[in-house]
Design a protein around this ligand. Structure first.
Ligand code: NAD
Ligand code: UDP
Length: 336
């Protein structure tokens, strides 16, 4: 199949790109403007896969960029990763987020329609659920995102749903990621935040490698096993595999499906710190701080829909997460 990856040089895009190439039967193009990634990620994917793929450097919001990509590559399906993802920044610059994520996605769907491409897999997020009314979150849980970033994901989901409904043979899979973590087994590609990490795992691993002094734990009086926030951490390798299944599903089916991608199990911040200490054999100094605004106590997925529709389930565990994240961090202490 011919698959276009918007944001293909990013953290999730690069791992998915590698998996698509390792599958051996796919022609792939990565479109990225490197606003939050490095061309080095693509060079490394090329080396690891020992196969060629096309790249296009540009902003996916520019119509001439998309037209030229679709005209030359003619994808059967698009995996749409490109966009901005920092919750805090989205509170400060909501219009930037609506432009990059929502307007950009509308332009992409318009271009797909003009070129007769009717299959899309979209990077959505568990943030669309908002405060849990019950756990685990299943795909029918009410959607009530609590920040502009989450609302962009919610609006794009609805736009894609309408777009699919308006055409007889279109299909979409809205993958609602829980917390993507870890790195490829090779340690050649991984998560490479450009600034001080917002997310737990890259923060911990930068403390372990000595780039940051100590971890701040945001709250220890949540109603969880040990008082710290609980999340469903999904290994990037498993997440990449879910995309391969989702593209196949989109190509074989019609309609729009939202599907959770998680392990179904929650891990607390303190459990993650302990697991990373064991994997790295380093101490992770931390201080308990106040709660981070907008954080929920617990978040984990019901994963049966992914098993049923995609034949996919997470295979890697917390030990794999910490081992591969540490391998990537030690091989690339300053990132790419
Ligand atoms: P990332 O920032 O590493 O990857 C996004 C890629 O898109 C980057 O390479 C960036 O350069 C590119 N990009 C951004 N704007 C672009 C534009 N206008 N034109 C072309 N390229 C552009 O992020 P990621 O963690 O790989 O996330 C991928 C997607 O998954 C995002 O849509 C994100 O919202 C979503 N998501 C991520 C997480 C997570 O925790 N990482 C969780 C849920 C959902
Ligand atoms: N967290 C923390 N310190 C950090 C970053 C995160 O204590 O420096 C906590 C956060 O409060 C949450 C969990 O770790 O309970 C996961 O946070 P992350 O930002 O990685 O994911 P999200 O909140 O988006 O699920």
């Amino acid at each position: 199949m011919r698959v276009l990856l918007t944001g293909g040089a990013g953290y999730i895009g690069s791992h998915t790109l590698l998996k698509l190439l390792q599958d051996g039967r796919n022609s792939v193009m990565a479109l990225d403007n490197f606003s939050n990634s490095s061309p080095e990620a693509l060079r490394r994917v090329q080396k690891l896969s020992n196969s060629n793929f096309e790249t296009h450097v540009g902003d996916y919001r520019e119509p001439n960029v998309l037209d030229s990509v679709f005209d030359s590559f003619r994808p059967d399906a698009v995996i749409h990763f490109a966009g901005l993802k920092a919750v805090g920044e989205s509170n400060e610059k909501p219009l930037l987020y609506y432009d990059q994520n929502v307007s950009g996605s509308i332009g992409l769907l318009d271009c797909m329609q003009r070129f007769g491409c009717k299959k899309i897999v979209f990077s959505s997020s568990a943030t669309v659920y908002g405060e849990a009314q019950y756990l685990p979150y299943d795909e029918d849980h009410p959607l009530n995102p609590t920040n502009p970033y989450g609302r962009t994901k919610y609006f794009i989901e609805e736009i894609i749903r309408d777009w699919v409904a308006s055409q007889s043979d279109a299909s979409a899979v809205l993958l609602r990621y829980f917390n993507p973590v870890g790195a490829d087994e090779s340690g050649e590609i991984g998560e490479d935040p450009r600034t001080i990490p917002n997310n737990l795992l890259p923060y911990i691993s930068q403390v372990a490698v000595g780039r940051l002094k100590e971890l701040s734990i945001f709250g220890n009086d949540y109603e969880t096993r040990d008082g710290t926030g609980e999340r469903d951490y999904i290994h990037i390798d498993d997440l990449a595999a879910a995309h391969i299944q989702a593209v196949k599903f989109a190509l074989d089916n019609r309609g729009c499906e939202a599907i959770n991608v998680g392990t179904g199990k929650g891990v607390t911040v303190l459990e993650m710190v302990k697991a990373f200490e064991e994997a790295s054999n380093r101490e992770i100094p931390f201080q308990i701080k106040g709660k981070r605004e907008g954080d929920v106590a617990r978040s984990f997925a019901k994963v049966t829909k992914a098993q049923k529709l995609l034949g996919w389930r997470a295979e890697k565990d917390l030990v794999d997460v910490c081992r591969t994240a540490w391998n990537w961090q030690t091989k690339n202490p300053s990132g790419y």
